[in-house]
Design a protein around this ligand. Structure first.
Ligand code: WT7
Length: 628
């Protein structure tokens, strides 16, 4: 362990002594050799109404099942279970609004609020198995809404509050949600995002929603459709909203949520996760990787609308009985020290964020950080894209004062939980997520499916099942098999390329498909292109990701206009605004260029690689499949 190659950061004895797992190799050996037992032991730390008969069922690969025959409910383990222990009065959630408002909830209080919420959903006719779309800002009610759905066995589908009309419409439609939960608006950088009016426009295009439940946050006037729309604060006063709601006993394999994510071509996919396996996976990974203890104040600065928020703002922390902090607004509002001010005020001990946020805050300089006492921090985390070593070192030195190990966690919406990640006792190398989590088997393969040598690039695959793995694509099991399990039959294809060094450390390079990571957000070229093409002046469009210093990538789009339409700088701005309206600000191309043709293969596929090479002034490589 002492002769690792490259730039290595060894953990201090203090960090090792504190860690749940002081000896990484020992537990990994155990988990590799006793895989089912390892996970069964973790599962035993949680509450089951009925114990499972079998840990892993692989009779219908790749449709794996976990904890078969077990009955539980993740919401019970997040809340009810803690109200029966010394954690009853412990803070579960501390929240700060962008306007400085502060709200706190003990485990008991959050349990009561969630039960009320669950009863309100029931009164709107929501039953086990029904889908509920949640489209909100980062307010505590978002967490309550998710846990309330779980409590009654409804399947939540959270849509990131930064998405807009068409993105929302498409996802509501696909899930056939009966109920939509939203807010009047959300505060973002001092302005109001009009969530309710965006939702109204989306609902004009969508079908199945019967009720819209509206939480008041920003207070501006909003349209309320009679019979369809209801204020939460009005229902909350009615007797139906009693603060106790019986828990639904769920089968381990019953769906907990769907979460839409982008992939290669076509519509976003609804990734499906379950009560049992997902619960055990998020509980275990957060406990070991972020070394959660009862006196921690843990802050995951992601948005609950993405998988990071699902697994590590909502489920993982509450399963662990942690005190979790959530902040509503922008990191640099009103000043670039906002985050550090809150980290100091709330005594944050663990901070988990994305490289793009680190790079963004780095730009403002160290002085903003050094105005604050961050001595409470003991662990840091990174997720969403590869972290460049420069940002890693800044994070380590300026924020972590050289004493906080950085947990660079590689995972995906599909994996549900950390997959390549250190735990605090492992030596770190800036830019590497170190090794697969305990018991996991991963590899890097070439086109032919053979493992590549040390430091060679190849496709990252996962070789054994894990509890929080996605179970299917909701409504599209065939696509689940073709997209993830067909390139190398029997192996899970991540869609990423990676290298492994001579020490067995993994270095993830990036996506090999048509996914663009913008500020850590996952977008599909197809969705951006279809937003462009939905404009009446556009005949065809192609979107690509171009490297960007802070955001990781930025979007360039190439547009063929319809015949007779005049090219103009105004039209460029109009089209950008149009994409913003349809998809949301994160989908907005930074640059739009009008072209007369797009490079395509003879079978008609756009060759984005050629566009990218051209934009970067690089050699486009092999052009033998180009149409003309
Ligand atoms: C893709 C998955 C935000 C939660 C996880 C993202 C990239 C994620 C890392 C990391 C290098 C990373 C991969 C992956 N990615 N974490 N630590 N190092 N790349 O979930 O939105 O489904 O995106 O994010 O390309 O495939 P997601």
């Amino acid at each position: 362990m002492s002769d690792l190659k490259g730039d290595v950061y060894y953990p201090s004895q203090e960090v090792i002594n504190h860690a749940h797992v002081p000896n990484w190799d020992e537990l990994n050996d155990f988990a590799q050799n006793n895989y089912e037992e390892f996970w069964a032991k973790q599962a035993e730390e949680l509450h089951w109404f009925q114990k499972w008969d079998k840990v892993i069922e692989d009779a219908e690969k790749p449709f794996y099942k976990w904890f078969v025959g077990g009955k539980t409910n993740i919401a019970y383990n997040c809340l009810d279970a803690h109200t029966k222990t010394y954690r009853r009065n412990k803070l579960a959630l501390i929240w700060e609004g962008e306007d400085g408002e502060e709200r706190t909830f003990s485990y008991f209080a959050l349990y009561r609020e969630t039960s009320k919420f669950a009863n309100i959903l029931k009164s709107l006719g929501v039953k086990k198995g029904d889908r509920v779309t949640i489209y909100m800002g980062r307010v505590p009610e978002l967490i309550m809404a998710m846990l309330a759905c779980a409590r009654i066995g409804a399947i939540h589908s959270v849509i990131y509050g930064g998405f807009s009309v068409e993105a929302l419409h498409e996802r509501i439609d696909d899930s056939q949600s009966k109920v939509l939960i939203t807010c009047d608006g959300a505060f973002q950088r001092g302005k109001i995002v009009p969530l309710k009016s965006i939702a109204d426009e989306a609902l004009q295009r969508a079908g199945a929603v019967e009720h819209v439940l509206v939480i008041k946050r920003t207070g501006q006037e909003v349209y309320m459709e009679q019979g369809r729309d209801m204020w939460y604060h009005e229902l909350e006063k009615l007797p139906v909203a009693a603060p106790n709601c019986p828990i639904e006993e769920m089968d381990a394999e019953d769906p907990l949520f769907i979460l839409y994510t982008s992939g290669t071509t076509g519509k976003p996919k609804a990734i499906l996760h379950t009560h049992g396996g997902y619960m055990v996976g998020t509980y275990t990974t957060l406990k070991y990787v972020f070394d959660i203890h009862d006196d921690d104040r843990y802050w995951c600065a992601a948005d609950p609308g993405w998988i990071t928020g699902h697994s590590y703002i909502v489920y993982g922390p509450f399963l662990n009985g942690a005190t979790s902090f959530m902040y509503e607004g922008a990191p640099n509002f009103p000043y670039p020290n906002r985050w550090w001010q809150m980290a100091e005020r709330y005594g944050i001990s663990i901070l988990y964020t994305a490289p793009t946020a680190i790079r963004g805050l780095m730009r403002f300089g160290e002085a903003w950080v050094n105005r604050h006492d961050l001595s409470g921090l003991r662990l840091l985390g990174s997720v969403g894209e590869p972290i460049n070593p420069e940002a890693w070192r800044w994070y380590h030195r300026v924020i972590g004062k050289e004493k906080c190990p950085i947990m660079d966690t590689w995972w995906q919406t599909e994996t549900g939980m950390f997959m390549i990640t250190p735990t605090p006792s492992l030596p770190l190398k800036p830019g590497s997520g170190t090794k697969p989590f305990f018991g996991l088997q991963m590899d890097i393969l070439n086109e032919e499916g053979e493992p590549v040598g040390a430091n060679e690039e190849g496709y990252l695959v996962i070789k054994n099942p894990w509890p929080a793995m996605m179970r299917t694509i909701y409504n599209d099991p065939e696509r689940f098999v073709t997209q993830y399990w067909s390139k190398y039959p029997g192996l899970y294809m991540t869609g990423d390329s990676a290298k492994r060094d001579e020490d067995g450390y993994y270095w993830v390079i990036g996506r090999v498909d048509d996914v663009i990571k913008v500020s850590g957000y996952r977008l599909g070229t197809a969705e951006i292109e279809s937003a462009l093409v939905s404009h009446h002046d556009v005949a065809e469009a192609a979107a690509i990701g171009i490297p960007h210093e802070v955001r990781g990538n930025t979007i360039y789009a190439y547009v063929i206009l319809k015949q007779g339409v005049e090219k103009s700088p105004e039209l460029v701005e109009l089209l950008k605004a149009h994409v913003g309206h349809e998809m949301g600000p994160i989908g907005k191309p930074e640059k739009i260029e009008f072209v007369d043709a797009l490079p395509k293969t003879r079978s008609g596929k756009i060759m984005r690689r050629v566009l990218k090479a051209q934009a970067l002034g690089q050699d486009p490589g092999n052009l033998s499949t180009l149409e003309e």
